[in-house]
Design a protein. Structure first.
Length: 683
């Protein structure tokens, strides 16, 4: 290679053209330096300035002084330092362009024969260099990705002078096509098959003859003379390609391959930046939606835990994210009833929050009408199911109503996780399983309300699937059985303490794992005294009538006649229809209990039914004993069939508990099975 200084003395126009183009594009002033920092050639009188901002390090390397606003790049040929190219009034952002200019400059100085065509070719190379520099600013100038890619195609076409070009890529699982040129190109190019064919190429492809092009692209029209294309690997690995068609002046060259390779990197960065920008916009929108939804949900939460005589209550609700789908409520339409609701909307964000608000409001309205739980759920489903269906959402909910007067609870469960009722006397528990599909599921049909007798210290636990389905680091589920076990272990505790035991066990189980779903837990304990206990203390026994019958259905009529006669002998029995109803209900309850003893306790075996009828000034009490098989009345499943048929599905016991003020059962090893039935005279 000739010495740079000697070459420039022969052809100073080469450096002048380069320096002039650099100044027009960047505003910088170029200077050519020797390997030791001597100014060989400078543009626009910058040689004096250049000399003052150049220093040499202790290692002998030429460098720019810290206070200078300049950049410098070495001129190396085959690893040997030949000099430096310096630009004053430039920034580090322009250093890659300066390095490219230096490489291109050296390529033409390597051969003396090449100097003859140096000026035109160097200007063309500079146009390509300037193109890449401008492309780096395209996204900042265009917030629309289509506009940005159109701008790039236009710039590339002007530099390489092609008839048309295209950029294909996928966005949100759909094909996007940006073309520059005649309409035929869009119809021919904008196809996923072509995108994937070109995207499979490991490097840029170049065809200057139709024969080779047709092997790659069989549908090539006759007017396509040459073609160059390259695959672009985006950050999310979705395919993208750049292609140029029909260079008007010449064949495509290796230099063009180098250029479109550099351009493809810029396109990749622009596509990735745009996608990231869109993701940030979506994230901001979602964040705002979550904030609005959180405000909606916050307004729905109860500010204080309600007080209801005869029940103690505690509740906890924790969303997994900013907004959850869980909701709960306590509604008391009168002094005798309290309805507890726990539900879960299968969704997140504003849609779920809106349905949460609507569902909770509608459930509250229906509960205030003192309707049975299955009617409450049915009415809400009638209002919401079409909207839920269209939104592809559904709601699970369990509705439990405490009946203080009758010492019972009623419930219906629309596809929610089972509630748990713990019976203190028998130390047993049962699950309040689903009685219908979730709200919003096509084909919703609810079974009738289920009834359960309550005793003092009985405990109800309602929760969302975020509790029962919570996972451990090993993938194990917390499970309903674990909740049942904890309730049995701590049933003597208050609802607040029991709730804390369950939540603490849950936290230990998860071992700092982030909750995957909202977690709601409501605990209600029955602290009611036995019904009419104050009146019992005022009662005076007037007469006791013992009885004994064979455990056979043929004696049921005799039992009914004796009970009816005893009722009629009560001094306080009203002479009107109230008295008749009283007698009928007592006789019905005794007949039902005796029938159950015959069918289930003795189960066809011989035995006796004995007892006594106690008449007081306020009531009639019937104690019934048998020596048959004992059972757990709290384990009898809730009624599920026709309530007019008391012999099926648990309705018999349910009716007895509804029509008698007291209906208690206990199994004693000495006395056998004992039913205590009591009903107060109507007032």
């Amino acid at each position: 290679m000739q010495k740079i200084k000697a070459v420039l003395q022969q052809k100073t126009v080469i450096f002048d053209n380069l320096a002039q183009r650099w100044h027009q594009a960047t505003g910088g002033e170029l200077a050519l330096l020797s390997p030791y920092g001597e100014v060989i050639k400078a543009y626009n009188g910058v040689d004096a300035v250049a000399q003052n901002i150049i220093g040499v390090s202790a290692a002998g390397q030429v460098e720019i002084l810290p206070q200078a606003r300049a950049i410098i790049t070495p001129l190396k040929m085959h690893g040997e330092l030949k000099g430096h190219l310096l630009s004053e009034n430039s920034t580090l952002e322009q250093l890659p362009m300066l390095a490219w200019a230096a490489d291109t400059f050296l390529e033409y100085l390597d051969s003396e024969e090449a100097l003859q065509g140096m000026t035109d070719e160097l200007i063309a190379a500079w146009d390509q260099l300037e193109l890449v520099y401008k492309i780096t600013h395209t996204l900042a100038e265009n917030s629309n990705l289509g506009d940005a890619l159109n701008s790039i195609l236009s710039k590339v076409s002007n530099v390489i002078k092609v008839e048309t070009g295209f950029i294909l890529f996928t966005y949100n699982d759909s094909l996007e096509c940006v073309t520059l040129g005649p309409e035929w190109l869009s119809e021919l190019i904008c196809q996923e098959a072509f995108l994937h064919r070109l995207a499979k190429q490991k490097q840029a492809i170049l065809f200057n003859k139709q024969d080779g092009l047709r092997e790659f692209w069989p549908q090539t029209p006759s007017y396509v003379l040459n073609f160059i294309g390259i695959s672009i690997t985006t950050g999310d690995q979705t395919p993208a390609v750049l292609g140029l068609v029909n260079n008007r002046d010449r064949d495509f060259t290796a230099g063009d391959v180098k250029l479109i390779t550099a351009v493809s990197e810029q396109i990749r960065a622009i596509i990735d930046s745009f996608r990231l920008y869109q993701e940030l916009i979506v994230q901001e929108r979602v964040q705002r939606e979550l904030e609005i939804a959180a405000e909606i949900q916050e307004s729905l939460l109860l500010k204080t835990i309600p007080e209801f005589r005869g029940l103690t209550i505690d509740v906890s609700s924790q969303p997994a994210f900013e907004v959850g789908g869980d909701f709960y409520d306590f509604i008391s339409p009168d002094e005798e009833h309290l309805t507890v609701i726990v539900g879960d909307v299968a969704g997140k964000g504003i849609p779920a929050a809106m349905f949460t608000s609507m569902a909770r409001t509608l459930l509250k309205i229906e509960a205030l009408r003192s309707q049975e739980p299955h009617i409450i759920l049915k009415k809400v489903n009638e209002v919401l199911w079409q909207d839920l269906w269209q939104a592809e959402l559904f709601i699970t909910a369990i509705v439990v109503t405490f009946d203080k007067k009758n010492g019972a609870l009623m419930y219906a469960n629309a596809g929610h996780v089972p509630g748990i009722i713990y019976h203190a006397k028998s130390n047993t528990s049962r699950l309040l399983k689903a009685t219908s599909l979730p709200i919003g599921i096509f084909g919703y049909e609810s079974k009738t309300t289920q009834y359960i007798h309550l005793s003092p210290e009985d405990t109800l636990a309602l929760y969302s699937d975020g509790v029962s389905e919570a996972g451990s680091p090993t993938g194990e589920r917390f499970g309903i059985e674990r909740i049942q076990r904890l309730i049995h272990q701590h049933a003597d505790k208050s609802p607040g303490i029991l709730k804390q035991f369950i939540l603490k066990e849950l936290a230990n189980f998860q071992q700092m794992e982030a909750p995957g779903d909202d977690m709601t837990l409501a605990v209600v304990k029955c602290t009611l005294e036995e019904p009419r206990s104050e009146r019992m203390r005022e009662s005076k026994i007037l007469k006791t009538i013992p009885f004994r019958y064979r455990a056979d259905t043929t004696y049921l009529a005799d039992v009914s006649r004796q009970v009816t006669s005893a009722c009629r002998s009560l001094n306080g029995l009203p002479p009107d229809s109230k008295g008749d109803d009283f007698v009928y209900l007592v006789e019905l309850a005794v007949s039902e209990i005796c029938t159950n003893i015959i069918k289930h306790a003795y189960a066809g075996e011989t035995g006796d039914i004995s007892g006594r009828i106690v008449l007081t000034n306020l009531s009639i009490q019937i104690d019934i004993y048998d020596q048959g098989n004992s059972f757990n009345p709290n384990a009898v499943p809730p009624p599920i069939s026709d309530p007019m048929d008391p012999a099926e599905g648990g309705y018999g016991l349910h009716i007895v508990r509804q029509i008698m003020d007291i209906a208690e059962y206990e199994a004693d090893a000495q006395q056998g099975n004992h039913w205590k039935l009591l009903k107060y005279l109507p007032t």
